[in-house]
Design a protein around this ligand. Structure first.
Ligand SMILES: Nc1ncnc2c1ncn2[C@@H]1O[C@H](COP(=O)(O)OP(=O)(O)OP(=O)(O)O)[C@@H](O)[C@H]1O
Ligand SMILES: [Mg+2]
Length: 249
């Protein structure tokens, strides 16, 4: 799919289905299109399918049906993988590598040469305020610092589509503000961003468009202003009540 300027959409998801082993349907014929250059928010309650969707885009989850394209490339191709950076919800970094090594090795997975990988690692450490911690291992970092490291790691392949799964969960006020600044700066420089959050206020402050997800389906999308007006809500609690209440079974 291409948008009206002929630019491939950053992410094009069609008819995506995923049931887990126990028969639970996590994604139920989900469609989602994210324009190139967008700062896009995905909002929905626990268990709605956000991380499963992201996992499918990043080849961590194998969907049962549907198609996913990243800038016009099927998600499971090398081309698509090279274009995506992911900061996972669960912080999972090698316990035995130094912070700098985590980044250098990650760049290596994308075929970046050693010298350039070190350069990019140091650049990402600087950007995320981790330079002083370059030589320690991940377990020696605080929770917020580990979040910084996961964000830094998502940047070393210079992704055109950056996916942040609850990047501000459990971080302090300063780091939240820093993450907001970083996200805006990257987006201004042309990086398409998909982020999940549990805060309408955050999505409203950051995102140019939001999709609401519930029970594995996109129930609505639009600007925060339009969604607030459409559902006549002032708070996330009201939005969950009106738009995202559990489907009666
Ligand atoms: N590996 C798995 N095996 C079985 N079920 C899973 C697995 N991963 C996710 N699920 C189920 O799929 C549903 C969607 O989970 P998912 O993690 O995608 O939700 P989410 O929207 O990211 O929620 P949260 O806001 O809590 O992170 C949940 O009911 C969850 O229990
Ligand atoms: Mg999740």
């Amino acid at each position: 799919m291409r948008d009206h300027d002929g630019v491939p959409t950053a992410l094009e998801v069609r008819g995506l289905r995923k049931s887990y082993g126990d028969g639970f349907t996590a994604l139920d014929d989900l469609d989602l299109s994210i324009p190139a250059g967008s700062l896009f928010g995905l909002l929905g309650p626990n268990g709605a399918g956000k991380t499963t969707l992201i996992g499918s885009v990043c080849n961590l989850v194998r969907p049962d049906a549907g198609s996913i394209q990243v800038f016009g490339h099927a998600a499971d191709t090398r081309e698509a993988r090279a274009l995506v950076g992911l900061a996972e919800q669960d912080i999972n970094v090698d316990r035995f590598l130094s912070v700098r090594q985590v980044l250098v090795y990650h760049a290596g997975y994308f075929g970046v040469g050693r010298r350039e990988a070190v350069r990019r690692a140091d650049e990402a450490l600087e950007l995320l305020g981790l330079t002083a911690k370059a030589k320690v291992t991940a377990p020696e970092l605080s929770g917020g610092m580990q979040r910084r490291l996961v964000l830094a790691r998502a940047l070393v392949n210079r992704p055109r589509l950056l996916i942040l799964d609850e990047p501000t969960a459990g971080v302090d006020v300063d780091l939240r503000a820093e993450i907001w600044r970083l996200v805006r700066t990257l987006n201004d420089a042309g990086t398409t961003i998909l982020l999940t959050t549990h805060y309408l206020e955050e999505a409203e402050a950051l995102c140019d468009e939001i999709a609401l997800i519930r029970a594995g389906q996109i129930v609505d999308r639009g600007t925060a202003v339009a969604l607030r007006a459409q559902y006549a809500v002032g708070s996330i609690a009201d939005l969950y009540q009106r738009a995202l209440a559990p489907v009666a079974s």
